[in-house]
Design a protein around this ligand. Structure first.
Ligand code: C2E
Ligand code: MG
Ligand code: MG
Ligand code: MG
Length: 287
């Protein structure tokens, strides 16, 4: 009986695995053509200060495929990484984000505006020519490097430390900013991260969730904020979904935010409009 059950379970797992592999292969196949077929776009999620004024945008990739529909980055980025396509995809993001940044730079940015953030995959960062690639894209679009904020993950700071620090310092010399994305979910202790030329910690949205109910989350945020201030780093909270969370973050000393409460990621035309009209978030709709 037990043996039968075991066998059935085995078949079931095999089938599931087969499905997963098939799905990944389909994604990978479609990803190969995505750039040439213009299936990617960039959207820009506002980052704001305590008054809801725009201090930056995070660039987020969107993929629309005829057969697969819209595929979220949480599904296709890992596939692109495994398939060795992330360099090409990552370069497309860099190139297009910098092209847009140049346009905004020419049009004139509001005085509070600091940077646009770009997510960098660990695989991209690990490439020997990463620093050169960044320098070239800056040169190509003639952008001010201090307007660039590269989002990296905690995991990247743990591996190959000397080459990571060296690359970061080379970019830091150009005044490029570095933020740690999803901070608090990885392994880096605060003592550890002081060796890297960082600008900002982005508190992962899991700590912001249920901030009102869970007192351990607010003490984590308190700790991150106070230690970051000792290290002269700024702290931005991700995934802020309502006013209550914003107020509790304020009380914990965090005064930079990003999240649906303020704004969802915006398409380019809307992002441009918000920049030019110097709006405050959340936008009040006048319907
Ligand atoms: P991330 O960098 O941590 O980006 C934040 C994610 O949280 C985005 O999801 C954003 O839409 C979502 N978000 C923002 N505010 C809220 C909120 O209030 N509530 C909730 N529930 N979610 C919120 P998205 O765009 O689906 O991206 C998911 C992840 O995919 C990103 O996480 C990032 O790791 C990766 N990603 C996105 N674009 C790129 C890219 O161009 N390159 C690389 N390497 N990774 C990317
Ligand atoms: Mg990010
Ligand atoms: Mg994040
Ligand atoms: Mg995330």
């Amino acid at each position: 009986e037990a043996k039968m059950k075991g066998r059935n379970q085995y078949c079931f797992y095999r089938q599931e695995m087969h499905q997963e592999v098939a799905e990944k292969l389909a994604l990978e196949k479609a990803l190969h053509g995505a750039i040439n077929k213009n299936e990617f776009i960039l959207v820009y999620q506002p980052q704001v200060n305590t008054h809801g004024q725009l201090i930056g945008f995070e660039t987020l990739l969107r993929w629309f495929n005829d057969e697969l529909g819209q595929v979220p980055p949480s599904r296709f980025i890992p596939v692109a990484e495994e398939a060795g396509l992330i360099d090409e995809v990552g370069y497309w993001v860099l190139d297009n984000a910098c092209r847009q940044l140049k346009i905004w730079q020419e049009e004139g940015l509001p005085s509070l505006f600091e940077s646009i953030a770009i997510n960098i995959s660990p695989y991209q960062f690990a490439k020997d020519d990463f620093v050169d690639t960044i320098k070239k894209v800056i040169e190509k679009h003639q952008i001010d490097p201090s307007l660039l904020d590269l989002e990296i993950t905690e995991g990247m700071l743990v591996e190959k430390i000397s080459s990571v620090t060296e690359k970061m310092w080379q970019l830091k010399e150009l005044n490029i900013r570095f933020s740690i994305d999803d901070f608090g979910t990885g392994y880096s202790s605060l003592r550890y991260i002081q060796h890297f030329p960082l600008t900002q910690l982005k508190i992962d949205q899991s700590f912001v969730r249920d901030l009102s109910g869970d007192s351990s989350n607010s003490s984590i945020i308190n700790t991150i904020v106070s230690m970051a201030s000792h290290m002269a780093l700024s702290v931005l909270a991700e995934g802020v979904e309502n006013l209550e969370e914003k107020v509790l973050l304020d009380q914990a000393g965090c005064s930079r935010y990003q999240g649906y409460y303020f704004s969802k990621p915006l398409e380019e035309s809307m992002a441009s409009q918000c920049l030019h009209e110097n709006v405050r978030f959340p936008l009040i709709s006048h319907v």
